[in-house]
Design a protein around this ligand. Sequence first.
Ligand code: BEZ
Length: 249
Amino acid sequence: MAEHEYVAERLRSYEAESSKRAVGRADRAGRRVDLPQTAPVRLGDKAPDFTQVSTQGPIHFYDWMGDSWAVLFSHPADFTPVCTTELGMVARLKPEFDKRNVKAIGLSVDSLFRHSAWAHDIAETQEVALNFPLLADADRKVARLYDMIHPNAHETETVRSVFVIDPKKTVRLIQTYPAATGRNFDELLRVIDSLQLTDGQKIATPANWKPGEDVVILPSIRNTEADKLFPRGYKELKPYLRITPQPND
Ligand code: BEZ
């Protein structure tokens, strides 16, 4: 089957799956895929560890992370248009991830062979080399561990999941996007900035906050303590809503 026919077939499959709820689970090659119910990973959970093959060799997740943060993200399939732009975007944002001590790692339930062939297309069309590992999760080991297959959306392939994991291996952010919607990676960086800023400080970031903008003081902090912690002062709109300039800015 020519590549463009294969891609068209995969996209048709998404359309078909959104209008039917099949009972049997078979992948495109007709192989049975067993997807036992997995416990969902939730915020605050320990991120499941795993070993899986990738475009940069076998990855033992915790060792690979070391003392970094990680962004683990899945996408539905290789050689598809939205995924191609997403992988190009993540590769282009590598300096931003590096600045924040974050390592990115992608996943789809395709083979290493297909990943390697697709990497050429990404370099050609997105004008950036794939500079982070892409897990070849053909046996769906990691997809299952992280509950990335939502059978009522697609029976056998991953949705667009994102997990931000901190250096203690705790899950700090979970996003789930549908297949037809490419993710906003600026938003992902914004959340990482918020997590890294608010960790260990008595603050939170308000709606649509961007680095450098005012933050809010945690309601658990009394004014007497806030006076000491926030020497630049704060505006009290309500006892629970106190706004202060971003610390360390
Ligand atoms: C894509 O990545 O382009 C895509 C994948 C699955 C369904 C629709 C689009």
